[in-house]
Every structure is written in structure tokens, then in C-alpha cells.
Design a protein around this ligand. Sequence first.
Ligand code: GLV
Ligand code: MG
Length: 346
Amino acid sequence: MKLPNQFYRPLAIGAPAPYREPPVKVERMIHFVPPHLEKFRAKVPDIAKQVDVVLGNLEDAIPADAKEAARAGFIEMAKAVDFGATGLWTRMNSLNSPWALDDMIEVVGAVGNKLDVVMLPKVEGPWDIAYLDQLLAQLEAKNGVARPIMIHAILETAEGVKNVDAIAAASPRMHGISLGPADLAASRAMKTTRVGGGHPEYKVIADSEGEAPRAAFQQDLWHYTIAKMVDACASAGIKAFYGPFGDFSDPAACEAQFRNAFLLGCAGAWSLHPTQIDIAKRVFSPDPKEVAFAKRVLEAMPDGTGAVMIDGRMQDDATWKQCKVVVDLAKQVAAKDADFAAIYGL
Ligand code: GLV
Ligand code: MG
């Protein structure tokens, strides 16, 4: 096992030192772009102004015969666009594919200094992170990359879920983890045909009372995995994300799924369609009423200790900490987004 004093050392001579603390950024939506298609690339300068992160997708949904074109298209758009404070990520192909190595060699070689995060799909255990960590350090050193490129893992295999604690803590290069419900459903032999969201047959029904129709309540297929992922991420000091929601015709279900993830501790979700950008913005920016209440609690307990009653509800050190989470996030969102600064009065 690597000794603790080796943990923050650069893994290649000349590579930048890993972050001690990950940069604090608002990342409510990771917006997916298919970079092999000129029509979508052309929209990136505008999209980059609306979203927190633009991600050029090289993996699933890119046809095998367009993998090289997607890589070249991503490099072209990364060079051409000024992303400002908007994050620039790529989703590379999985480590067991024929494209993964060239994805990293070419992308880091060409635009390593603009790339914030590499999303690594189908992560099974900390060994996958260790491999990419080492490779990125070699490529950073070779190409004179000044800032460490971070790794974001997708949790989308049964083995990955089993190993999620070790994945989250595998390297100081870890940025966060996203749920990948489509691949995970297949890996687990779940009997669904969807990308995220619920299923009408996954439910509990009320007890039978004579002839009366029995109430049925749909349950959340993803509750267990999201909670497990959030604990792994929070304990490692990194961020958890809901991944994709594939039914673009059902914005209400998308919003409900994103909100469950937000309430459980996630920082953001993927947007695969422009209509999902505003949903993610609304959901992953804290509710103005909650922010107003949380501010009152912080003001009523300036040093964060003791107990007070506010609107009939008991507040103490623990609720103060919850309120601080909400207000800190609201301040980060307000610093980035003038509309929310006005709404929050921050
Ligand atoms: C995402 O990659 C998923 O498989 O859901
Ligand atoms: Mg997947």
C-alpha cells in the first residue's frame, strides 16, 4: 500500500502537484456535446455561457466509426472556444476499449492546459483510477500542463458500486463520481430498458381492505446507489452527481429524479438535452425559501452553538451545520449567477 506521505506527490517528474483541496466550483449541470457533429460543435460558444460544465463525449453514443472524428472535434472546439469560468471536460472511452489510450495521448497533448476534468467510464475499482492517474501525470509532464487534470469516475458497474469507497479515495486527482444508471442497470441485470428514472412496476401497494382499490406508490430504483455514492464521495471530500436522464419528453420526472439526488447530497447532474439545463439549474441551486430560513438560523446562532426556537422549530449545533451547507452553496451560486444573487439577496 502506498504510504500516506506519498499520496500528494506528483506521479511523474515535471507533472504539476495534485490539489490538496479540490477547487470550489458550482457544477450544477455537466452538459454533454457530441463533438463529431459540426452542428453541435457550432452551438458550443453559446451553450458555454449557459452551463457550468461543457463535456465533449467520446464514449457511448458516439458510433465506433466516428471515434476519431469525435476526438478531433473535441480538440478543435477546445482550442476554438473561450470557456471563461465554464468547466471543460471530456468523457474518454473505457480503459478496455481500443480508443482509450489515444483519447488521452491526443487530447492532453493538444489541449491539456484547457482541460479541467476527464470523466472515466465503467470504473470497477481503485486500480482503474491508479492507471489513469499515472498516465495523466506522464502526459502532463510531457506536454507541459500547468494544472493537474482531475478524474471523475462513472459508477456504472456492480463491481464499481461494491468498490465505490476505494474509488472515491483512490487519488488526490479525484474530482467526483456520477451515477451511470443505464450501464449499471445492465451490469446488475435489472429488468429495465431506460436511462435513469423510475419504473412503474417498482412499487409498494397498500394493504388489502375488502374491495377498495389499493393505493400503489412507486419507489426510487436509485435510492440505495445514490446514498452509497454520496457517503463514499462526502467522506473522501469529493462531489457526487446524478448522471443522465434519458426521457426528454418527461421534464417533470427528470426534475423529480434530480431533486431526490440533490436532497440526498448530490452537487449536479448531466444535461443531455438543452431543456435539461434549466431543470438542473433550478434543482441544484438551493431553494430560495430554504436559503432565507437558513440565513435566519445562522444569524440567530452566531457562534453555531446552543439551542434556539425559530418558527416553532428547534435549532441547535447540528441544524446550524445543515444551514451552513445551504447558505455556503447559495453564496457560491450567487457569486457565479447574478439572477440567483438577486433571488437570494446575497
Ligand atoms: C451513463 O453512462 C450510463 O450508463 O447511465
Ligand atoms: Mg454508461
